[in-house]
Design a protein around this ligand. Sequence first.
Ligand SMILES: [Fe+2]
Length: 263
Amino acid sequence: MLLVQLSDPHIDLDRPGKAAAFARAVAHVNALPTAPDAVLLTGDCTEHGTAEEYEQFTALLRTLTVPAYLVPGNHDDRAELLRRFPPPGPALPGFMQYVVNDHPLRLIGLDTHRPGHGEGELDSVRLNWLDAQLQAAPAQPTLIFMHHPPVMTGLDVMDRIGLQGREALCDLLLTHPQVLRVAAGHLHMALTTRFAHTTVMTCPGTDTTLLPELSRPEQLLVQRQPPLCLIHAWSEATGLNSFTQAIAPTPWHALFDGRRWND
Ligand SMILES: [Fe+2]
């Protein structure tokens, strides 16, 4: 079973580079030698959560030749997402939080969206639902995907928009060792860390990978590197392996065209 994770396209009508990058990411997935079973899209589909941005996002996503499973990020509008992409499996009412039972690796999407806030949250309603889902299939290998990673990065500005409820999620997952991976986004960075009995990985954005300078936690001093996606491959023989893969090389772009700057 093969999954491709893409994250944080941030479609923005004022910054056409975001849509172009997302189109390249979709084309990259469509051109893979082995078609994945699905794409996981871990939030921040749009920059401002407007209907016009979702129109463009949806049009681009329609060109994907495999199913996509989405969860909302802090930049998203939950209602817009729910209207356009109804949960593909048993869901928590009012949230974009659901289980996909169609594959040998069970998938659980968590909704960490907190309207009007950059930080994310998992309150008792969402955590209790997760606990019940995991209790129902304790022997089934499971991947959880969500926007806000349950980690502390050490970067002040990122940790201020981190995940509320992180400790409670850790306690919960300690009782459910079938969770093999927590796949998140939000940071636009490639980060891997231990969490409860599992491993958290973050997928960078579809337009760039940020490499942070960690010695200045009060700043966010970054180097912009080419975008990456994660390939989560599961089989009985190997368990869950996650590969990091560059999204197809980007074309030449006139960041400054002699007259003005272009994002
Ligand atoms: Fe983002």
